[in-house]
Design a protein around this ligand. Sequence first.
Ligand code: GLA
Length: 407
Amino acid sequence: MKKQLLVCILIFSFSCIAYTVHAQKFQNMAPVPPMGWNSWNRFGCNVNEKMLKETADMLVETGMRDAGYIYLVIDDCWHGERDSLGFIREHPDLFPSGMKHLADYIHARGLKFGIYSSAGFKTCAGRPASRGREFQDAMVYARWDVDYLKYDWCGTRGLSAYGAYMTMRDALYQAGRPVVFSLCEWGSNKPWLWGAEMGHLWRTTGDISAIFDGLEDHGTYKTLGVLQILDQQDTLRTYAGPDGWNDPDMLQVGNGMTVAEDRSHFTMWCMLAAPLMAGNDLRSMSPETIEILMNREAIAIDQDLMGIQGFPFKKDGDLHTWLKPLSQGKWAVCFLNRGTRDIPLTIDWRDFMVKDELSEQQLDVANIVYSIRDIWAKENLGTTGNNNLTMLLPGHDVFCVVLSPVK
Ligand code: GLA
């Protein structure tokens, strides 16, 4: 009897250990929001080895890699057929040297390699997806040295999002190669409530368009402008933090908006502590696009180690003021003109007395003097002690400063 009990206890303990080892995501993969490039926004299904290699080269040549854009992610449409045993293969015409060769090329340039699949039987563009093949696909990704998986939600009618993403999480874990797991579930099942258990970032909305304000109608679905996405982020900040980020979708900088709109889009994504996945053609960037994507002072707001998502502090017609607490008592303060007309802006720093309950950080201009740094003009603008500011803020543009306590 005693022996049977011992055996039962042993089996129970082993299953507990097996369960705990099994049931987790890879930890500490994204202490700050992931940065990189993804093919979808600009190239859609037109992905191929040559373009992706050229993009890898450009990530290095432009200095983007060194500014933090590390992940090169191939989105939908890289797939070929499954082989006779069901293992997924790359499309032979698009990737003639094979996916492992491309992965090696990317890794040799100090970058990391990402790929895409979906939880249904088919991806959103109708390519073979992972349902029922999760463990097999994860094995293939590990063989290809994949570092990042974006996992979509098309064709999943009747599936539980929680269950489906957990299955892929476990499959990746079992395959043994640490992977950033990007949940692309469009916010349909409130992934901010459970996403951190599964992965490192989760989409909060439908797809982004390269428009600043409005919706783009694609017949069966609509894509969203920058402002339409921004307006869905207000209530989500408590869920974001190191290793689990709200993802308001990839960047459209350089894809057709005006320079002011691109600047505002990029700034607000930084204020949201959003993953920064560039989505433009890096081989033909304008100097303005490069300047926006590579603004290290904006990137530093996004990548701040405290990992606190910003919040709207004041909404006054078209003028919205956003704040983001940063480490060392600093604050990012951004004024966004959502309308098309210029707005005369008068900033009286005495209005900025704020206690943020999430970070427990205080912006206390009455007792602390802050230096003011304009992150786009790259100019120091004196201090909050002696300097109120007046300016004209053009339509769809942003004025953004970092306030640092003066010692
Ligand atoms: C969905 C995703 C997009 C992109 C496409 C690919 O729409 O939300 O980001 O991955 O699928 O088909």
